[in-house]
Design a protein around this ligand. Sequence first.
Ligand code: TRP
Length: 330
Amino acid sequence: MKTYLTGIKATGSQHLGNMVGAIRPAIEFSQNESGRFLYFIADYHSLTTVKKAKDFSEYVYEVAATWLALGLDPEKAILYKQSDIPEIFELTWILACNTPKGDLNRAHAYKAIVQDNEEAGRDPDKSVNAGLFNYPVLMAADILLFDTNIVPVGKDQVQHVEMARSMAQRINQLYGDTLVEPQEALSVSGQYIPGLDGQKMSKSYDNTIPLWVPEKRLKKLINKIATDSTGPDEPKSTEGSAIFDIYKCFSTKEEQDAFAKQFAEGISWGEAKAALFEKVNAELAGPREEYERLMNNRSEIDAVLETGAKKARAIAQETMKRVRKNLTNF
Ligand code: TRP
């Protein structure tokens, strides 16, 4: 039996990129495969940036409600929040003590900040807290604690899964077979979903389409997607079109072929955007209502997370027994 595990960081509103890149494929695994599924809210990961307690708890509820509204069945997948599992933080320390600091220096997220600082002539570690530097170790503990085989993630998280795998390998070499070595499962054939400006959709680029905005706002945002200057009746290329690329994530192969044909024949950008809005909205309308309902019934969310934490801890405690035995003889 394979174990699938993935987490969503609790920061700000979730957007279409999070849904398509991580949440939807993870839920589909739990619906279509047999195995053990652990899906969680990486709330302590967000402490690297979230500094207001009120925001912190709000984001936790938002991510939990997003998982549930998009169809996660808590009977099929264990849904929990990271901070409810103290064993994760114990394993984090153990992994940190067996990870060369140089490996963490090479993590993309950390490297990017250092590079920005250097280019701007600042201290290379300006605005880098030690939590941010250790982020990959905490993420490895999230994964390795549950004997995870498969980690459904977007492309930007692949390096983190590779780091988790090499941490498991090192522990196994040093202390004998102790941890399962995980693999990533890439979604959307390894592509990024583009944002409003055509770059990868990401909060850091300020180009996202949030999942839970009212219908009118969704329409407005889709109308803002960048297009080229081809006239209304001119043939258009699907290549590099953000509208087409987002449409692909919400349609069948036949629908995509039909849409591509319309592009070739010369659909206006306005019509193409309207078609995209219909598709996205059709998929989000039901979940949007459920999301609102859950956000207004938070005790329901609390109950799901509490049950999830109990189930997840039972697994975590078994792994920690093995880890302690092999590493410390206790
Ligand atoms: N780092 C991931 C992100 O930003 C979130 C995350 C934390 C995660 N722990 C994880 C994803 C473990 C997969 C497995 O999206």
